[in-house]
Design a protein around this ligand. Structure first.
Ligand code: PAF
Length: 286
C-alpha cells in the first residue's frame, strides 16, 4: 500500500506538486485512464512506477471521445476502488478532475491524422480520436511527463497518439504496454464488467478465433483469413462482428498480401450479447 498517494482534482494543485519535482530532476510518468481500473491498467501503473520517480494516473471519463452518449452513460464509474488499486500499485498521484476543470470552455480544437484516425474505429466512431487527442494533449500539457503509458489493447489509439506527439512536438516517450488477458484469453477491458456470465464466456471466443487464424494464415491469403475470422465469430450466437481489418501495423492501411508490410496486425470489433457490448482486440500475424 502507499498511504501517501495524493488524490487531487485541480490543475493548479497538480502543477504545484510537479513543477518543483521536475526542477529537481525527477522523472515523471503519466498513465492516462478513464477509471474503472483493472489488471490491465495496474500493469501500466507498475511499469511507470518502475521506470519513473513520480507516477501520475489520471482518472477522467472524457466526454468528448464518446460519440455514443449511451456508451458514456453506462461506462462504469468506480473511483473509490480505482484509488485503492492505485495505492496498491504505488502510484504517487491520482488526478481525478471534474469535466469543468478540464473543459471550462468547449474544446474546439480539431486533430486530423489520416489515415490512422480515419480507418477502423475512426470510421465507425466519428469524432472519437479527435476527443482522445483533445484530452491526451491537455494531460500532456498539464503533467509534462517524460513518459506516457498506453495499453496496446487500443492498438489504433497508440498509432494516433504517436502522430499527435510528432505533430505537436511533445518531448514525451510513448510507451506501449502488452495486452493483459483474463485466464480465458479475453482482453481485459473496463467494459467486461458490463457482460453477464454467458456473454463473458462468449467474449472469450474472440481471442480463440484470432489465435486459430494464425496457423490458418500460413497457407491462406489475407482475404481468406479475414473471411475465416468473420465466419467463425458470426457462427457464435452471442457474437456479431462489426469489422475485421488486416492492416500494416505501422500505418494501419489495409494489406492485400502477407508480403505487403513488415508488421501485419488483425484488428477486430465485435458486438457481444443483447445490450450489446462492443469489444475490441487484435492479433499480430508477423
Ligand atoms: O484509453 C483510454 O482509456 C482513453 O482513451 C484515454 C487514453 C485515457 C483518453 O481518455
Amino acid at each position: 500500500m502507499r498511504p501517501d498517494m495524493k488524490t487531487i482534482t485541480t490543475i493548479k494543485e497538480l502543477r504545484s506538486i510537479l513543477a518543483p519535482a521536475r526542477e529537481a530532476g525527477k522523472q515523471i510518468g503519466l498513465v492516462p485512464t478513464m477509471g474503472a481500473l483493472h489488471e490491465g491498467h495496474a500493469s501500466l501503473v507498475r511499469r511507470s512506477v518502475a521506470e519513473n520517480d513520480i507516477t501520475v494516473v489520471s482518472i477522467f471519463l472524457n466526454p468528448t471521445q464518446f460519440n455514443d452518449k449511451n456508451d458514456l452513460e453506462r461506462y462504469p464509474r468506480t473511483l473509490e476502488a480505482d484509488c485503492a488499486l492505485l495505492e496498491n500499485c504505488r502510484a504517487d498521484i491520482a488526478f481525478a478532475p471534474s469535466v469543468g476543470e478540464i473543459y471550462p470552455e468547449p474544446d474546439t480544437r480539431h486533430f486530423s491524422y489520416p489515415p490512422t484516425d480515419e480507418v477502423m474505429e475512426g470510421a465507425r466512431r466519428p469524432g472519437h480520436f479527435n476527443g482522445v487527442c483533445q484530452i491526451v494533449s491537455k494531460l500532456f500539457t498539464f503533467v509534462e511527463p517524460h513518459r506516457a503509458y498506453f495499453g496496446e489493447k487500443d492498438f489504433q489509439q497508440i498509432a494516433v497518439i504517436r502522430r499527435m506527439v510528432e505533430d505537436l512536438g511533445f518531448p514525451i516517450e510513448i510507451v506501449p504496454c502488452p495486452v493483459i488477458r483474463e485466464d480465458s484469453g479475453l482482453a481485459r477491458s473496463s467494459r467486461n464488467t458490463l457482460l453477464n456470465e454467458k456473454e463473458h464466456r462468449a467474449a472469450a471466443h474472440i481471442y480463440h478465433v484470432l489465435e486459430w487464424s494464425k496457423p490458418f494464415a500460413q497457407d491462406h491469403t489475407v482475404a481468406e483469413t479475414r473471411q475465416f475470422v468473420i465466419d467463425a465469430i458470426n457462427a457464435h450466437p452471442e457474437l456479431e462482428i462489426e469489422y475485421y481489418a488486416i492492416v500494416n501495423g505501422d500505418t494501419l492501411a489495409d494489406v492485400n498480401a502477407w508480403t505487403d508490410a513488415p508488421h501485419i496486425v488483425g484488428c477486430i470489433t465485435v458486438y457481444c450479447g443483447s445490450k450489446p457490448i462492443r469489444l475490441i482486440d487484435h492479433i499480430r500475424y508477423q
